[in-house]
Design a protein around this ligand. Structure first.
Ligand SMILES: NC(=O)c1ccc[n+]([C@@H]2O[C@H](COP(=O)([O-])OP(=O)(O)OC[C@H]3O[C@@H](n4cnc5c(N)ncnc54)[C@H](OP(=O)(O)O)[C@@H]3O)[C@@H](O)[C@H]2O)c1
Length: 226
């Protein structure tokens, strides 16, 4: 039975991805900051093991990796993310910027560094990053969103390097834009619901091969510009 390790599994896109892999019969290490409050996650059927994990807590990530040492992780999905303050030019909060970078950029690399050995041991050997089209420099025509955009652009740069560095160990690293999704982050006016987004990502991940290493996908499988 394949194993998924996913962050931010308690709501939004992470919750829907967890639901889909649980329905597939996978074993899931579902991580969230506050398991006590994760009612929707706890209500899911399947082989779901809950873990308390704030992805910015480096010591906790390291101890969690040790707890799972010797286990196989077929798929690591770095999903946890924050938008940060919605401020415009002239209003930038630099401390908040650093905390967004810690969550969206530093934490996914730390997870990959700590769990690469677990992934290498598995059959599928895949790491997926839930990034955003907002991190695409080539498609930025609306400006603003300095904090969120830079955190996801940097995540893409980090993930591309990871894909190169881990290729020799047989690991495939892919990035996703999940769509503009009706979640707490995306708001109710977004284009698609979390079920549609997760189903798309789940479908693409089911077809991923080593040929896709280092690619940036939309949730529907089309390739996106850097
Ligand atoms: N929604 C969109 O339109 C959209 C578009 C592009 C990209 N994305 C990306 O998709 C991913 C999921 O977003 P979403 O729309 O599902 O957002 P969401 O509903 O706001 O959920 C965010 C998830 O991330 C978790 N999280 C935040 N900081 C964390 C931390 N330090 N440690 C552990 N977990 C943490 C949250 O946990 P808590 O419940 O504890 O806060 C929650 O589970 C994010 O990376 C986001 O940037 C979303």
């Amino acid at each position: 039975v394949p194993t998924l390790l996913i962050t931010g599994a308690n709501r939004g896109i992470g919750l829907e991805l967890t639901r889909l892999y649980a329905a597939d019969g996978w074993t899931i290490h579902a991580c969230c900051r506050y398991p006590d409050k994760a009612a929707a996650l706890k209500a899911l059927d399947g082989e779901i093991l809950l873990h308390r994990l704030d992805v910015t807590d480096g010591l906790r990530v390291a101890s969690f990796a040790r707890e799972l040492s010797g286990e196989r992780i077929d798929l690591l999905i770095n999903n946890a993310g924050i938008y940060g303050p919605r401020t415009g030019f002239g209003e930038t909060d630099y401390d908040e910027w650093l905390s967004v970078l810690k969550t969206n950029t530093l934490a996914p690399l730390r997870m990959a560094e700590r769990f690469a050995d677990h992934v290498v041991r598995s059959d599928r050997k895949c790491i997926a990053m839930i990034s955003s089209i907002m991190g695409s420099v080539g498609s930025n025509s609306s400006g603003g969103a300095y904090i969120y955009r830079s955190s996801k652009a940097a995540l893409n740069a980090v993930s591309k390097s990871l894909s190169v560095d881990l290729a020799e160990r047989g690991i495939t690293v892919v990035m996703f834009h999940p769509g503009w999704v009706q979640t707490d982050m995306g708001g109710s006016g977004a284009d698609i619901d979390a079920e549609t987004s997760a189903a798309g990502i789940h479908g693409v991940l089911g077809r991923v091969t080593t040929q896709d290493n280092g690619h940036f996908f939309n949730y529907d499988g089309t390739k996106l510009p850097w």
